[in-house]
Design a binder for this molecule. Sequence first.
Ligand SMILES: *Cc1c(COP(=O)(O)O)cnc(C)c1O
Length: 481
Amino acid sequence: MRSEYPLIFERSREGRRAYDLPVLDVPEADELLPSGMINDAKLNLPEIAEVDLVRHYTNLSRRNFGVDNGFYPLGSCTMKYNPKINEEVATLFNDLHPLADQSMAQGALDMMLHLDQCLCEITGMDKFTLQPAAGAHGEFTGLMIIKAYHEMKQDFGRTTIIVPDAAHGTNPASATMAGFKIKEIKSAPDGSVDLDALRAAVGPDTAGLMLTNPSTLGLFERNIREVADIVHTAGGLLYYDGANLNAIMGIVRPGDMGFDVMHINLHKTFSTPHGGGGPGSGPVGVKKELIPYLPYPVILASHGGPAMLDYDRPLSIGKVKSFYGNFSVMVKAYAYIMSLGGKGLREASENAVLNANYLLHNLKDTFGVPHDRICMHECVIEPGELLEHGIHTTDIAKALIDRGYHPMTIYFPLIVHEAMMIEPTETESRETLDEFIFNMKDIARIARENPEAIHQCPVNTPVGRPDEVMAARKPVVKYEG
Ligand SMILES: *Cc1c(COP(=O)(O)O)cnc(C)c1O
């Protein structure tokens, strides 16, 4: 591998240059620096010609897979195409310093305030904080707000968060981080929350319930009103994991379903490129009675005057991120919302749901389907009878790589044996979906006729099948030149 992809330092040849500085046309002035501060040592920098430099990074970038390369149906991640204009709009704010005085940053504050109002309109909540840097960070922030609310009411016994087993894995993790105990409840056979199990789980120790909706099965919670009533009657609050808002924009609102706190992943639904660790943004929205607990500063409109940052928040849970959050992600989300408008957002959701159901409908005779219901923006299938040929989910994913696809999410949700979770998003055309369906069926055909050929996949990549346990437990992160 190394000979094929040498490091830039290995390409270095003394004297090569990728730049050409103009001739000095002012007197040299090195005596301005005290001699003790001048570094005479040769710097260990690669010396390389421009053409080799360009090829080096271009070729490296081609070893990556992104939405701009091809179809990327990674369930639960909403890898939709990100219009380039959003990136361009984000650069408009490049010169703004986070420590600039409020009076100098009115455009940015106005944008943040309006984004907050747009998110309220989309979700039915009353106020958002834009500070959290990701979905899981938003969950943590929302749970701290729930905690502060109960403590303010001197209700110190509410120490448990109820989490259905179809929730995203971050839900119980965030609740544990926030100092709560977790009570897990099993799903009913149709994938919904089991209401009897929920009734049995609530009590005076219930701080709240976290609901991932659509659930990780890609299903809309059928009994959402009853779920909300049961938890509220028991004195708990309702947390909506809205990381995947892509199925419901402009159609239903968590605020109208009775939810008190929620987060949104701007980097999923609202079109910021993500994967590889960020930057993201996980705004948290709350109903009116929880506004005092939001992280400070809170952005307020001052009746026709400038927007302002309010730091005087005695009940606030505190700051959860430096400055105001990942600002460029907010700009991209704002540009996306403004360019689509309310009607466009609704159409995006309708098409996301249509595309997922199109895939489900066309794949369900070839593969297994754990819950044969209309799905939301993503669907979950299983290998079905291919298991009898020794073909597992991982084999199907590896075979997709050879055909130029990023595989779907595999082995998640955990409650489905051998799960494959496919999220096409609304930005994919009918032709792309048909080609994917063809390839999935073709993989299944080969799997039945010659399973060994599928076990060999991928054969077109620099690395085939690494030992995944070793790769996770003992990763080699240091380059041995
Ligand atoms: C992605 C996701 C999260 C976590 O979001 P991060 O930004 O990765 O922290 C939480 N819940 C659901 C349902 C998700 O899909």
